[in-house]
Write a protein that binds this ligand. Structure first.
Ligand code: NAP
Length: 454
């Protein structure tokens, strides 16, 4: 089956690519292994030079790259340009810091000179999703390549142009051939690649179902695996919140990337004291968003990625409506070409409704009023996911309790959850395991070698 760019704004086929044949896959795996044997000994300064050259290409070609992202998955052009700029920033961040982050760590010991040395593992397979077609890949590749690993990318099937473009950018930046290769393969071929002796580890960003398959294959092959899975992040609005800011950020946090972000705020947990003001203001702001052509600079929310994705979101909302949820705004697909869905706010929701129990990957907010902080924390934690959480309060004691008690990989206070190179990114429970970014992310694919010289 060919890999196809199907424009979500029009439903039209823009480009098609043939999958790699077995011989091409073999060639890329062999090249990755060969390249690693020499690339692992390149200096940090060489790798940093190539990384900075890649960042310069991302900056210089920003509009062209962004056009590919918008055409392949429908994010607004402004968001796509922001994604390209963020990638350039992350490439430079690791270029500047990798050597210090991976320096030998001395350990005090009576038994002799002791230290930990961080060394690369080898070719790492990255299985990546379409929602941030560039950023998801760069946040794996920047630390992995700076550590001396080489990368193999199996990107989502609907973003083949992005997949090929990333490989091309690393090559043109000067990285040796095979330091970063794209494999145009289907999900069904992933397990076989994980089994291959030349692949030493795998990282997956995607759904729980894909995580289960990849973790099972990695387990069977006894290989390291990192999983970044879905989320149903709570957004807690407490009584001392700055409501003007909270409303603005709530909207942005829900509809960013047309509502298709793992760290989008999905459940709005609001204390009764402010729910009467917050909920109508939030719903009015959601209803006022402009939905349409992602290339139009006036558009706030573009289409969902595919017809299937829109059907899924509509089914989750319809299920809640049928079980008694109140649709405060939105709740309908938009007629005409493209896979548009109205920004939606649901209240009177609860367990047993799909929109409450599952991750909703679209511009749909679920609002749940609660009596107080204790109930807010209980409700926030009542989910099988544990990725991010955003808390709005000016009260230091409430902030302390949320930081301490929220069951999530990330807690952002008076701010929207975001991925940035300086902080570790990842979740607990069914949101996965392992960390990307920061000092922790670069060590995920390193051998922490214990050394003692007696
Ligand atoms: P997906 O269907 O799981 O796809 C993600 C990647 O996994 C794609 O490359 C896909 O390939 C591949 N894949 C799917 N099934 C597989 C299998 N059984 N074995 C091996 N590979 C498989 O997810 P998606 O719908 O594209 O992305 C949305 C999900 O990703 C959401 O749940 C979102 O929350 C999550 N996400 C998490 C993070 C995070 O950092 N925690 C970030 C972004 C997104 P094909 O395209 O060929 O099927």
């Amino acid at each position: 089956m060919a890999f196809t760019t199907l424009n979500p704004a029009t439903g039209k086929v823009e480009a098609e690519f043939e999958p790699h044949a077995p011989a091409q896959i073999e060639e890329r795996l062999a090249l990755a292994a060969r390249t690693f044997s020499s690339y692992r000994s390149t200096s940090f300064s060489d790798r940093a030079g190539w990384m900075r050259a890649a960042a310069d290409l991302y900056d210089a070609e920003q509009p062209d790259i962004a056009r590919v992202l918008t055409t392949e998955m429908g994010k607004t052009f402004a968001a796509a340009k922001g994604e390209v700029a963020k990638c350039a920033m992350c490439l430079r961040w690791y270029a500047d810091r990798a050597e210090a982050l991976l320096a030998d760590e001395m350990v005090e010991s009576p038994a002799g000179r002791s230290f930990v040395r961080y060394q690369p593992l080898g070719p790492v397979l990255a299985v990546m999703p379409w929602n941030f077609p560039l950023w998801q890949v760069v946040r794996f590749a920047a630390p992995a390549l700076m550590a001396g690993n080489v990368g193999l990318l199996k990107h989502a099937s609907n973003v083949p142009q992005s997949a090929l473009l990333i490989e091309d950018l690393f090559r043109r930046a000067g990285f040796p051939d095979g330091a970063f290769s794209t494999l145009l393969v289907s999900a069904a071929e992933v397990a076989k690649i994980i089994e291959d002796d030349r692949v030493v580890a795998v990282t997956l960003t995607g759904s729980g179902a894909a995580g289960r398959s990849v973790a099972a294959a990695a387990g069977a092959a006894l290989k390291k695996c990192v999983l970044e899975l879905g989320g149903s992040d709570p957004f807690l609005v407490l009584s001392s919140a700055d409501l003007d800011r909270a409303v603005d950020v709530a909207v942005q946090a829900r509809v960013q990337n047309n509502g298709q972000s793992c760290i989008a705020a999905k459940r709005f947990v609001v204390v009764d004291a402010v729910a009467g003001e917050f909920v109508p203001r939030f719903a009015d702001a959601m209803a006022a968003l402009s939905v349409g052509d992602p290339f139009d600079s006036a558009t706030d929310v573009g289409p969902l990625v595919s017809e299937a994705q829109r059907t899924e979101v509509a089914a989750q909302v319809d299920d809640a409506r049928a079980k008694g949820a109140v649709v405060v705004c939105g709740g309908e697909t938009l007629p005409g070409d493209g896979w548009y869905y109205q920004p939606t706010v649901l209240t009177e929701v609860g367990p047993g409704m799909r929109a409450y129990d599952e991750e909703v990957f679209g511009p749909v907010a679920v609002v749940e009023p609660v009596a107080d902080l204790d109930e807010a924390i209980r409700v926030a934690n009542r989910t099988s996911f544990g990725l991010g959480s955003s808390v709005w309060t000016r009260d230091p004691e409430e902030q302390r309790r949320c930081i301490e008690e929220l069951a999530a990989g990330m807690v952002f206070v008076n701010a929207m959850v975001a991925s940035t190179p300086e902080l570790p990114f990842g979740g607990i429970k069914r949101s996965g395991f392992g960390r990307e970014l920061s000092n922790l992310g670069i060590k995920e694919f390193c051998n922490a070698k214990a050394v003692r010289v007696a």
